[in-house]
Design a protein around this ligand. Structure first.
Ligand code: P5A
Ligand code: ZN
Length: 477
């Protein structure tokens, strides 16, 4: 099997394919792929976590049309400038040319604002928080990659909120940052939170805060963004409400999104040379039971023991599968389930049957334990929690050693080879960030939300002014 690091792209493609997660590159349209049953199930369990976090914080799930008329999409000038080159257009209905071209939504700020202009009229309805999980289309021109850079993003979770003041939208941005942190924590995905430089903010936003993670090859992937939209959309689309003092004002908005990259990250940051390693929480199969027998007589007894273990575990609410494929060696079965990242494998043979025990092998560590059948549910429960904790700790450790703080700019080129994030003192001005990008041959991710303590007394390596914060730089996807 492949090492993850150097040939990460190959590793990733192989795991998606062999683990039957996502079929990519074979369907005759570029930049789109197919969620296969096993992958779909991973996606479904992951989205349950996403939905729980949003629902429990007052977000309401909606479903908007995929089509946006051109005159609506172009209403916000910066927005359309940012997306013009990426929009797919529907120009015909059958043989007839449409009067107004229809865009396949690249994102839904404009369509949601349009309906909000009809739905909202009073501050009493605010804050309003909507979200949807849908397909969006972007004609990406950078090279497309499975799950990482799609033209049809099939798992676009977009939230859109409306507020009665700038400050309340500011507060919402922090709430969103908090919600996303929790979602990534559930999945054990490590992240850096950075305020993007102005030249890299979302088209139409006042400012953008982004989540990035570091992939095994050292490159950085943006895994989520939160935008303060100000009144950029509410003004041209006329989303107005009456405020408490009876004056009328446009609403203040935010939007935030995550995508298929969320699921890609689970696979990338936890995997190893044998394939995926799924967190117990979201694994479609949490425990796979492999019966081990050497003759017909053993077979019957062992299979009936296997069945009772499965029933017991299912009664406790675990997702379990028996691998009773004939004509396949246990070794080959182990390989399969390791590739698919099943967190726990139970091996049941003669010894286990006679002792009324179960042998448990965890996927994340090369460790096996023997537990009593009577304790199986508590044991699996504890094991599952321990696996998730271990995956998360390891992933954070791996990321943290790849972040180098307080570096000289000249040194950062060296780090390009090793991958990861370089952090330099920064005066906070865009022009210096742009120059730093160029000098280091890296991309500016922006700065942490709070200036780090270590910048004290340092100056910006580009202009020599005192540093007010730090600038993170990295090679990105
Ligand atoms: C926020 C939600 C928006 O579109 N509108 C609604 C805002 N922001 S964004 O930064 O442009 O996208 C949100 C996140 O989606 C992921 N993403 C993609 N994932 C896979 N393939 C793509 N082509 C793609 N484009 C964006 C990123 O994680 C981004 O942060
Ligand atoms: Zn400077």
């Amino acid at each position: 099997m492949l090492e993850q690091g150097d040939k990460f792209g190959e590793w990733f493609d192989k795991v998606l394919k062999e683990a039957e997660i996502y079929d990519y590159g074979r369907y005759p349209v570029k930049g789109v792929g197919i969620w296969m049953p096993y992958g779909f199930s991973i996606r479904k369990n992951t989205l349950e976590i996403v939905r729980n976090e949003l629902d429990s914080t007052g977000h309401e799930e909606v479903l908007f049309p995929m089509l946006i008329p051109e005159d609506l999409l172009v209403k916000e000038e910066e927005h359309i400038k940012g997306f013009r080159d990426e929009v797919y257009w529907v120009t015909h209905g059958g043989l007839e040319e449409l009067d107004v071209k229809l865009a396949l939504r690249p994102t839904s700020e404009t369509s949601i604002s349009y309906m909000e202009s009809l739905w909202l009229n009073s501050y009493k309805q605010l804050p309003k928080k909507y979200y949807q999980i849908v397909s969006i289309f972007r004609y990406e021109t950078k090279s497309t990659r499975p799950l990482l850079r799609l033209r049809e993003v099939t798992t676009f979770k977009e939230a859109h909120t409306a507020h009665d003041s700038f400050e309340d939208a500011d507060r919402q941005v922090l709430e969103a940052v908090n919600i996303y942190s929790k979602i990534f924590d559930h999945l054990g995905i490590p992240y850096l939170i950075s305020k993007r430089p102005d030249f890299d903010k979302f088209a139409g936003a006042l400012y953008t805060i982004a989540f990035d993670t570091i992939f095994p090859d050292g490159r950085v992937l943006q895994i989520g963004t939160v935008h303060h939209l100000g009144q950029s959309f509410s003004k041209p689309i006329d989303v107005k409400v009456m405020l408490k003092d009876e004056s009328i004002d446009y609403v203040w908005q935010t939007s935030y999104g995550i995508s298929d990259r969320l699921i890609a990250s689970i696979i990338a940051v936890h995997g190893d040379e044998r394939g995926a390693i799924l967190p117990f929480k979201i694994a479609p199969i949490q425990v796979v039971i492999v019966p081990i027998y050497f003759n017909e007589e053993e077979k019957e007894k062992i299979l009936s023991y296997v069945k009772s273990v499965k029933e017991q575990l299912e009664a406790c609410g675990f997702r379990v599968k028996i691998d009773d494929r004939e004509e396949m060696t246990p070794g080959k079965k182990f390989y399969d389930w390791e590739m698919k990242g099943v967190p726990v494998r139970a091996e049941l043979g003669k010894r286990e049957l006679e002792g009324n025990t179960v042998l448990l092998a965890r996927r994340d560590l090369k460790k096996k334990t023997v537990v009593k059948f009577s304790d199986i549910c508590t044991e699996i429960n504890e094991l599952g929690e321990d696996i998730d904790r271990n995956l998360k700790d390891k992933a954070w450790q791996k990321m943290n050693v790849r972040i180098r703080k307080n570096l000289k700019l000249e040194e950062s080129a060296e780090y390009e080879k090793r991958g990861g994030v370089v952090e330099i003192p920064w005066c906070g001005r865009d022009e210096c960030a742009l120059k730093a990008q160029e000098k280091a041959g890296l991309k500016a991710l922006g700065s942490p939300l709070e200036p780090p303590a270590w910048i004290k007394g340092s100056s910006c390596p580009i202009c020599g002014r005192p540093a007010v914060t730090s600038l993170r730089l990295a090679k990105t996807y």
